[in-house]
Design a binder for this molecule. Structure first.
Ligand SMILES: *[C@@H]1O[C@H](CO)[C@@H](O)[C@H](O)[C@H]1NC(C)=O
Ligand SMILES: *[C@@H]1O[C@H](CO)[C@@H](O)[C@H](O)[C@H]1NC(C)=O
Ligand SMILES: *[C@@H]1O[C@H](CO)[C@@H](O)[C@H](O)[C@H]1NC(C)=O
Length: 451
């Protein structure tokens, strides 16, 4: 029996603590998505991300597109016409209620993949010192408030703990901080929410370190491992094929990966897009390892991606829109389970090298001032008007013991029963062959600007 009592108790507790800010949050009609093995599921049905990135105005402009209801209504009609089931939004205002927008999406059969960061509340990768400084409780309060604002909508598919924070050969030193934020988000959800919600990172496809990133975010104790791995892949440039794009090699590279993998952005615009990659992405050639992806992106912005033009509030789908729609239309998901793997083990942590400047597998400890949010809730989020977190609060002081991020409470407030998180989780997974450097260090677009 689903825990009505637990939910009621939870909302009562939250309501008394933050009476004025409790969002209404209706769960909606879509079934929640869960992770099983290396795939997503709704109940017994395999779930594939078939989506589009949605941030009209661009990520750095930072407007919440889910609060602009007239525009969202207009766009939802196009999402339905495209035949997608997911949108990715990079920036929202976590101080506002999202009932209306989330219901519009839910009614249209659309899930939300949501980035937990905003330009002003994020890690600052400028230097080793700014990275360390920006992992503080003011930042985590914003991230946790975003979780609070969306967790109860069942059509919230997943949270991204970061997007393209590592975007060069030489900034892999950000990895422990990204992984610490992922751990903290997972712990906040398991301590305080009534369902599990997948949390993972959206990586830039940097040829020199993407594979190490995949391994690193899935190594160590369970509390530290992401629930999925996603990357932004612009290596299929039409005219192309499964082999010419090198996507066949990538399937091989990640064949033993034990968590869902999907493309958090795709859609190279070097030549006219025919969206040939759709046929491969949802073919059993790939679905044993991949769970779909998100086409980049909905509106035409200065960087030239985009499948609709907005003129004076009117939407005009362009030829790219029509080709993408046609590609989705002629590509069904595989029948059955698509060849997913039910069981797999943690990856082996990559060792330090010139391409992977991460000395140890130890993570920074959650900043001690963030404990109050973990224990009592985040309260109101700063939204998009806040002063920013990069140099606020107090940075993390020490390193964490492996396993420190496992759930310490159940959502109803009692202490968790001592669930072991599987020592020895780092057991053997074949280290995949080195990924071929397809497309080299691609210039990627769509990153949330970090400073
Ligand atoms: C990393 O490399 C980029 C150029 O690729 C350079 O602009 C930047 O200064 C380098 N950063 C560090 C910390 O060396
Ligand atoms: C599937 O893989 C085979 C063998 O590599 C290839 O010939 C075929 O074109 C691929 N089909 C798709 C849709 O990727
Ligand atoms: C809270 O949840 C735990 C574990 O699910 C359960 O044992 C306990 O009885 C619950 N407490 C209350 C007050 O419902």
């Amino acid at each position: 029996m689903k825990s009505f009592a637990i939910l009621a108790l939870l909302s009562a507790a939250v309501a008394s603590a933050f009476a004025s800010i409790v969002p209404r949050q209706t769960k909606g009609n879509l079934p929640a998505v869960t992770v099983k093995g290396n795939a997503f599921f709704t109940g017994d049905q395999r779930f594939y991300v078939r989506g589009v990135a949605y941030q009209p105005g661009g990520a750095s402009d930072a407007k919440d597109p889910l609060l602009d209801i007239p525009s969202l209504k207009r766009d939802v009609a196009n999402f339905k016409s495209l035949g997608i089931n997911t949108i990715r939004v990079y920036t929202i205002d976590n101080s506002k209620n999202h009932d209306e927008g989330m219901k519009l999406l839910d009614d249209a059969g659309i899930y939300l993949a949501l980035d937990a960061n905003t330009p002003k509340y994020s890690l600052n990768r400028e230097s080793a010192a700014t990275l360390r400084r920006s992992y503080n409780e003011v930042y985590l309060q914003s991230v946790f408030a975003t979780i609070d604002a969306f967790a109860d909508y069942d059509n919230l598919l997943l949270f991204f703990s970061g997007n393209e924070v590592i975007n060069e050969r030489n900034n892999t030193n950000a990895a422990p901080f990204i992984k610490a934020v992922t751990r903290d988000m997972k712990q906040y959800i398991s301590n305080r929410k009534s369902r599990s919600i997948p949390v993972g990172y959206s990586a830039a496809d940097v040829a020199e370190n993407i594979e190490a990133q995949a391994l690193y975010f899935n190594c160590g104790t369970d509390d530290e491992r992401s629930d999925f791995f996603a990357f932004n892949d612009y290596s299929w440039c039409d005219p192309s094929s499964f082999q010419i794009s090198g996507w066949d090699k990538k399937v091989e590279t990640y064949k033993d990966y034990s968590k869902p993998i999907f493309l958090s952005e795709f859609g190279c615009i070097t030549n006219t897009r025919q969206w040939g990659e759709i046929a491969s992405l949802y073919h059993t050639n790939m679905t044993g390892v991949y769970s779909g992806g998100l086409a980049y992106e909905y509106t035409v912005e200065p960087n030239g991606y985009g499948i609709v033009e907005i003129n004076n509030g009117n939407i005009e789908p362009n030829a790219d829109f029509d080709r993408l729609k046609a590609a989705y239309e002629k590509t069904a998901n595989p029948t059955g389970n698509g060849g997913y793997k039910e069981k797999g083990s943690a990856s082996q942590c990559p060792s330090e090298s010139e391409e992977w400047e991460v000395k140890s597998t130890t993570l920074p400890a959650m900043p001690s001032n963030a404990a109050k949010y973990m224990n009592s809730g985040a309260g109101t989020g700063p939204g998009l008007q806040g002063a920013g977190s990069h140099f606020a609060g107090t940075a993390s002081e020490g390193t964490a013991t492996a396993g420190s991020g496992q759930a310490t409470r159940t959502p109803n407030g009692s202490a968790a029963t001592g669930t072991s998180n599987g020592a020895g989780a780092a057991a053997g997974l074949d280290i995949p062959v080195r990924m071929m450097g397809v497309g080299a260090a691609s210039v990627l677009f769509g990153a949330v600007l970090l400073f």
